[in-house]
Each structure stands twice: as structure tokens, then as C-alpha cells.
Design a protein around this ligand. Structure first.
Ligand code: NAI
Length: 449
């Protein structure tokens, strides 16, 4: 039995866990990070954000090479080599996971490989080894949900984890679920020439976003077929059957992606040993990331609060600050989100619908991207829109949504404005660089009436 004692034990080395470890190590706290997988970095680095971005970029370049005649570029013999694209993706992943290993060494964080189980509020076991600690952070992430319908265990029915490892491009891909994962993969495969069908249960894709913009996104992904308001009944070897408008129909599929959400990893952690309050929606935490048990914290997807890597980063920081430094609070109102399809969709704050539901008086302005100089110069007639929502009583900015081109690098500006409660006048006073797509935010503000 080990007699090692720690200031902090962190379970799970995804963005929430490794960032918390880095911050605690950096202030000299004796920190142990326990990870069950071989590589550090969690879903984000190994099976999520990073690998999908590597592949999506390769597809965008392939698609542009074939579709840029109007810019004076004609290329023949363009080919997509999936094996090479996968190697590029693997290299990006390994560079970054090694970067996390380096950061752990640099901040003297001890890392061990194994499955951690909480035995007591101050004791964690890995196999027969026991480790004692002053504090625990649970950062075990989430896993894809699989529908339990006939045929869902067939080998061609994949989650996003397995789809990132395929060896051959599918001819016909059916995606069950038109959420963030569904749309990113729809964009990737359709740019490569796969026939993509998205079957969504609700009347519109991306149901948590601005309805008008979700519909516009659907028309922007013109190569894809969308079947809305449809319930999948069964999956056979090469077809997916669903009910829509009370009729049974089917579509062709050589691969089926299940993208119907993710569930927090709360099982087999020993949470019940110390009576941590949790259910299948996640571990309950307050805004300091504390569970109901003093000195036991939870961060990231396992809390079920905001399933985004950047939310997990901030939650990790908030937990470490509360444990070792000063009081800190997690705020959820200015967390930006991005759908990395082509075109990209990003946003922050409230949609018009959400603001109205909160009982707010709102002013809304929508401006087409074709009014923006940089966008027209680079993207011509492509679809795009910027929508801003302002509180009509206080003139404080409440929400921004952008669709069109590559806007993911812009949205943090709007997040800063919302975090700092910028008013209309403050935004009008900012000088934006010209020509940039970011100017659309200021122009949309001027269009408010
Ligand atoms: P999601 O919750 O975004 O979307 C799931 C979709 O599946 C919804 O549209 C839902 O109506 C639909 N659905 C549910 N049951 C269905 C059924 N039986 N048949 C057809 N459709 C059904 O979940 P998703 O896309 O799996 O993503 C999981 C999480 O990962 C999300 O919270 C997301 O924010 C996060 N994520 C974030 C990314 C980003 O920030 N770029 C990228 C990938 C994932």
C-alpha cells in the first residue's frame, strides 16, 4: 500500500482535469492525475475537437480545390486520400497529447494510468493501491449515447469515436441526430462526395440554437438530405427505417452514425461510497464546482452543465481557485459555442427566443453577410447572417449568432462584450479592423431600431 499523500487528486485527464492539474501544480500543490486511457487529453484531444478539426480542414481544402473556378482557380485530378488525412489527424493528436504530458512534467504533476475509485472523501484507489488526499476533482467526461433500437449493435452503426477511425469513405452515410456532432460530420463527409442523410427527431436541426439560423444552416448544407420530425425504428445491413408523417420510410446506408447526445461518465467511480449527489444527468455541483461533499469537486462534461471543452477548462480553474486560492464562480451566460461545419456557425449568450422566455424586452437585428466587404470579397454569394440581441430596457448586449464562412475565430470578441455587459454605445465606440468579417457585429448593432 502506498502512503503517498496529495493536496489534490484529479480523476480524468481531459481538458477539465489536465487544466486543473496544471493550475494546481503551477502553484506548488502536490497533485496526482489519474487517467484510464493510454493518452492524456480526453475526448477533446483524442476523439473530439482536435481530430475532427484536422479532418474538417482537409475536406474544406479538397472542396475548395474543386469549387473555385469562379475565383480563377481550376484544378484537375484532385483526390482525397483518406489514409493520409487520417495520418495528419493522428500526428496532430499525438503532438498535442505529448504537449499535455510535457505540461504535467513542467508543473510537477504526477500522472498514473488506471481506473480510479473513490473509497473515502480523502482516499482514492487504483487497483490495490490507495492514495490519500486533501481534495478530489472528478473530471471523467461523457460518452456517446446509443439508441436501443433493432440493429443498433450492427458493426456498421458507429458513434463519433469509431467514425474517426474508418479506413474507407462511405458511399451512403445516414446520421441519426442533427445536433452539433451530426452537422459537423455531415459537413465533412458531404464535402468529400459521400451521400449524407440526416434523420432528426425534432422539426429542426440544431434545436438549441436560433431557429431561423438553424434553418438557414440546413439550406447552406445543400449537398445533404435532411429528414426532419422522423423517428428511427430499425437499422438493417444497408438501410435505416424511420417513421415520418405516420408513414414508414427508409434510406440507404453503408455506415450509420449515432449522434443523439452524450451522457456523463458517473458509473463505477465510487461516488456512492461517499454519498456524492448525482444522477444520470451528471454530478450536481454549485457555481464553485463543489459537490455536496466538502472537498470533493466535479468539472467538465461529468457535471452535465455545459458539454464543451472550453467550459471544462474554466470549471477546472474555478475549482482550483476555490480549493487553494480565492473564491471563484462559474458563469454560464457568456460561453461561446461553435459548429465547425462549412459554413461555420457560432454564437454566445441568449437567442431571441431564450431572452423572451426570460421575460426580457428585446431588440433584435439581423444582417446578411453579403453586406460585409471581406465576406463578399472572399465568399461571394454564399449564405450568411449575423444576429444580435440586445436588452431593450438596459441596451446591454445579450446574444450574438454568426453563420457564414469561417467565423469561429471572431466569436470570442462577442463573448468578451457579453461577459463585460457591453451596451450598444460601448460597441459603437469600438474600432473594428477593416475589412474583416467581425465588422458585421458593429454593423448589426447600428441596424437596431
Ligand atoms: P446534441 O444534443 O447536440 O444533438 C443531438 C440531436 O439528436 C438533437 O438534435 C436531438 O433532437 C437528436 N435526437 C435525439 N434522439 C433522436 C432520435 N431518436 N432520432 C433522431 N434524432 C434524435 O448531441 P451531439 O450532437 O451528439 O453532441 C453531444 C454533445 O457534444 C453536445 O452537448 C455538444 O455541444 C458537444 N459537442 C460540441 C462540439 C463543438 O462545440 N463544436 C462538437 C461536438 C460535440
Amino acid at each position: 500500500m502506498s502512503d503517498r499523500k496529495y493536496d489534490l487528486i484529479i480523476i480524468g485527464a481531459g481538458p477539465g482535469g489536465y487544466l486543473a492539474a496544471e493550475r494546481a501544480g503551477a502553484i506548488g500543490k502536490k497533485t496526482l492525475l489519474i487517467e484510464k486511457d493510454k493518452a492524456l487529453g480526453g475526448v477533446c484531444l483524442n476523439k473530439g475537437c482536435i481530430p475532427t478539426k484536422a479532418l474538417l480542414n482537409s475536406a474544406k481544402i479538397f472542396y475548395s480545390a474543386q469549387n473555385s473556378q469562379q475565383l480563377g482557380i481550376s484544378v484537375s485530378g484532385v483526390e482525397y486520400d483518406l489514409k493520409k488525412a487520417m495520418e495528419w489527424k493522428a500526428k496532430a493528436v499525438s503532438t498535442l497529447t505529448k504537449g499535455v504530458e510535457y505540461q504535467m512534467k513542467r508543473h510537477k504533476v504526477e500522472v498514473i494510468s488506471g481506473i480510479a475509485k473513490i473509497e473515502k472523501p480523502n482516499e482514492v484507489a487504483v487497483g490495490s493501491e490507495k492514495y490519500t488526499t486533501e481534495n478530489i476533482i472528478v473530471a471523467t467526461g461523457s460518452s456517446p449515447v446509443k439508441l436501443s433500437i433493432a440493429g443498433s449493435d450492427k458493426p456498421h452503426v458507429l458513434t463519433s469515436d469509431e467514425l474517426l477511425e474508418i479506413k474507407k469513405l462511405p458511399k451512403d452515410l445516414v446520421i441519426i441526430g442533427g445536433g452539433v456532432i451530426g452537422i459537423e460530420f455531415a459537413s465533412y463527409f458531404s464535402m468529400l462526395g459521400t451521400n449524407v442523410t440526416i434523420v432528426e427527431l425534432l422539426p429542426e436541426i440544431l434545436p438549441n440554437f436560433d431557429k431561423e439560423i438553424s434553418a438557414l444552416m440546413r439550406t447552406a448544407l445543400k449537398q445533404c438530405r435532411f429528414i426532419l420530425g422522423a423517428k428511427v425504428i430499425s437499422i438493417e445491413d444497408n438501410k435505416v427505417s424511420f417513421i415520418t408523417d405516420d408513414k414508414m420510410e427508409y434510406c440507404q446506408a453503408d455506415i450509420v452514425l449515432m449522434a443523439v447526445g452524450r451522457k456523463p461518465n458517473v458509473e463505477n467511480l465510487g461516488l456512492e461510497n461517499i454519498n456524492v449527489d448525482f444522477d444520470n444527468r451528471g454530478i450536481k455541483v454549485n457555481d464553485r464546482m463543489q459537490t455536496n461533499i466538502p472537498k470533493v469537486y466535479a468539472v467538465g462534461d461529468v457535471t452535465g452543465k455545459s458539454l464543451l471543452a472550453h467550459s471544462a477548462y474554466r470549471m477546472g480553474e474555478v475549482a482550483v481557485n476555490n480549493i487553494f486560492l480565492q473564491k471563484d464562480k462559474m458563469r454560464y451566460n457568456a460561453i461561446p459555442w461553435v459548429v465547425y461545419s462549412y459554413p461555420e456557425l457560432s454564437g454566445v449568450g441568449l437567442t431571441e427566443e431564450q431572452a423572451k422566455k426570460e421575460g426580457r424586452n428585446v431588440k433584435v437585428s439581423s444582417l446578411q453577410m453579403r453586406t460585409n466587404g471581406r465576406f463578399v470579397a472572399e465568399h461571394g454569394n454564399e449564405k450568411g447572417i449575423c444576429k444580435v440581441i440586445v436588452d431593450a430596457d438596459s441596451n446591454v448586449l445579450l446574444g450574438v449568432t454568426l453563420l457564414g464562412g469561417l467565423n469561429s475565430e471572431i466569436i470570442y470578441g462577442a463573448a468578451a462584450m457579453i461577459e463585460d455587459e457591453f451596451r450598444v454605445k460601448d460597441i459603437k465606440d469600438i474600432i473594428f479592423p477593416h475589412p474583416t468579417v467581425s465588422e458585421i457585429i458593429k454593423d448589426a448593432i447600428w441596424e437596431l431600431n
